[in-house]
Each structure stands twice: as structure tokens, then as C-alpha cells.
Design a protein around this ligand. Structure first.
Ligand code: ADP
Ligand code: MG
Length: 309
């Protein structure tokens, strides 16, 4: 692989659901592997150019399946933080192998990563993040956790968990050291395993948004670029409306204003746009939103939403 010079470009990539598995379809492990391999092929170009790569992946569908298994009374109940930790292996392992194959000779380290959250975070007062299977009203009421009506139909209820802000990456120093030696580090999968800091670190049943964790890592590792790979080529103004148009080159001030005007959906594009703004406001150079297939063109300034100071 390419030489690791101290001035190598450092890129933190947030890999969305679509870069991992085809969304909203029943999928098999082989389907997921095929999508991972495609994404890895796109990322290989960056590795071959000598970029230091940090990959933060989502885990929505995967942790959903682990929660579904928990419905089986024969299986011992595991806390959500443990299930999230499991998905870091479930996704990190094949993703790492796919990268090593795509960029032959590349070295990839996968780090089990914990994220410190504040137990006083207002997210704990009102859990809003739906996770896992759908239930009817009666089943939902019998569950040992908080559920909420989140949709329509016969089974409109889901478990809801808090989604607090990530404050600190516990493995930050380790990740920094690994980056000096390896070509890529996969870390903080699913947004990281949430822990709170008391006398010791303790697991918390919550989910941290991987977009915010990627931003935190980007700032802490002084990355040059924060790159969001998702299923849309751009963040759009007036999304779904009559004046829908792609945001191409956009200044952080303009994007911040649009964010505050609620132009981006809270559970999807909103966190990415907010993370882009935070990254630039804390000294980052550029943030980019695009699809895996367009990443090289986007980094060359030809497509995607490119946020500038
Ligand atoms: P990921 O798994 O990558 O985090 P999300 O589903 O959370 O993906 O976010 C991407 C989705 O955001 C797109 O598929 C799109 O439907 C939605 N979206 C909401 N608002 C916008 C917008 N203003 N511009 C583009 N996409 C938007
Ligand atoms: Mg998302």
C-alpha cells in the first residue's frame, strides 16, 4: 500500500444503510456482502491514493434483527449496548475483508468502540429513536421496555430508545495510533457502544446517531474531510417539493440557515447536515454528502453536496 506520510489526507467516512445492505427489502447475508464489496471497491481508490481512512458504519437493520432474536424466550436477554457491540463485529469483519480484497495489500484494523454519553442528556427524558420489531398494542404493553406508536396498520408499535449526543470516543487514542500504521480503521459502528462515565464506564441502553459520532471523530482526529455516503447523490433544497434542487457547493453559513429553517428531515438528512455544519464550525475543511458510487467524483468537486467554510 501507499506510504503513510504525516501529511496524508485523512478522511472520516460515515457509511449509511444503503452502503451496507439494500434498504427495505428482505435481505440475506450474501446480499449484504455483495453491497459491502461494491462499497469497498469505491473506497479502494482512496486507499490506493494513500488516504488515511476512518470508517464509521450504521447498523439499523442488523441491530433490528438482533432485537428480533431477543423476542425468543429461550434466548437470554442482552442489553441493547451489548447488541450494538455485536453488530460492530457482524459488519466490521466482512467490511474489513472486503476492503482488504478490493485494495490489495491494504491493512485494515477494526476497533470495538465505546462512546461516552451524558446520562443527563435530555434525550433520556423522552426516548424517540424507534428500534427493532413492530408490535400490536397488547404485545407492546407487555414489553419490559418503552414502546410507542410509530406507524399505522396492525402492528404500529416499536421500542423507542434515547439517542443522546456523543461526547467522547473512549478508544480515540488507540484509533489515532492505528491510523499511523494501518491504511484504514473501521470504528464506532452503529454510532458506537454508548457508555456513561461514573466511577467506571457503564453500558447504557441507547443508540448514538452514527452521523454525529463520525463528526466527533472527524473533529478529534483532525480529519481533512468528513464524507457521508448514503442513498442520495445530494442533499436537496425543497426536498420532495416543486422546487427541489441539489445543493452542490454550499457555504457552511448558508447550510446552517437552511438547517435551522427545518429544510432537512430530522431522522435522516437532518443529522448529516447538522454534522457537516458542526465539523466545519470546529475547524474542518470540507464535508461532502453523496452516494458510494459517486464518491470519487464528489471528492474531485464534480458532484455531491460539498460544504465549505
Ligand atoms: P443513511 O442510512 O445513509 O443514514 P438516511 O435514510 O438516514 O440514510 O438518510 C438519507 C435519506 O434522507 C434519503 O434517502 C432521503 O430520503 C432523505 N432526505 C430527507 N431530506 C432530504 C433532503 N433535503 N435531501 C436529500 N435527502 C433527504
Ligand atoms: Mg440515517
Amino acid at each position: 500500500m501507499a506510504e503513510h506520510t504525516s501529511d496524508a489526507d485523512r478522511v472520516v467516512v460515515a457509511l449509511g444503510g444503503n452502503a451496507l445492505v439494500e434498504a427495505d427489502s428482505s435481505w440475506t447475508y450474501e446480499d449484504q456482502l455483495a453491497v459491502l464489496e461494491e462499497t469497498a471497491t469505491e473506497l479502494a481508490g482512496l486507499l490506493e491514493a494513500g488516504t488515511d481512512l476512518v470508517l464509521v458504519h450504521g447498523n439499523g437493520p442488523q441491530v433490528g434483527n438482533r432485537l428480533l432474536e431477543q423476542e425468543d424466550a429461550e434466548t437470554p436477554r442482552l442489553p441493547l449496548d451489548v447488541l450494538v457491540a455485536g453488530t460492530q463485529a457482524e459488519i466490521g469483519y466482512p467490511l474489513g475483508q472486503a476492503l482488504e480484497s478490493a485494495a490489495s495489500g491494504a491493512t485494515v484494523a477494526t476497533v470495538l468502540t465505546r462512546i461516552v454519553v451524558d446520562p443527563e442528556d435530555s434525550a433520556f427524558e423522552e426516548p424517540t429513536k424507534p428500534v427493532g420489531p413492530f408490535y400490536d398494542e397488547e404485545t407492546a404493553a407487555s414489553k419490559p421496555f418503552e414502546t410507542r406508536r410509530t406507524g399505522k396498520g396492525e402492528r404500529p408499535y416499536r421500542r423507542v430508545v434515547p439517542s443522546p449526543e456523543p461526547l467522547e470516543v473512549v478508544e480515540r487514542e488507540t484509533i489515532g495510533r492505528l491510523l499511523e500504521r494501518e491504511d484504514a480503521v473501521i470504528c464506532a459502528g452503529g454510532g458506537g457502544v454508548p457508555v456513561s462515565r461514573g466511577d467506571a464506564l457503564e453500558g447504557v441502553e441507547a443508540v448514538v446517531d452514527k452521523d454525529y459520532t463520525a463528526r466527533l471523530l472527524g473533529t478529534e482526529l483532525e480529519a481533512d474531510t468528513l464524507l457521508f455516503l448514503t442513498d442520495v447523490e445530494y442533499a436537496y433544497a425543497d426536498y420532495g417539493g416543486p422546487d427541489q434542487r441539489p445543493l452542490r457547493e454550499v457555504a457552511v453559513d448558508e447550510l446552517r440557515t437552511r438547517l435551522e429553517n427545518d429544510e432537512f428531515a430530522p431522522g435522516s438528512m437532518g443529522p448529516k447536515v447538522r454534522a457537516c455544519c458542526q465539523f466545519l464550525e470546529r475547524g474542518g475543511d470540507r464535508a461532502v454528502i453523496t452516494t458510494p458510487g459517486r464518491l470519487e467524483a464528489a471528492l474531485a468537486g464534480e458532484t455531491g453536496t460539498r460544504v465549505r467554510p
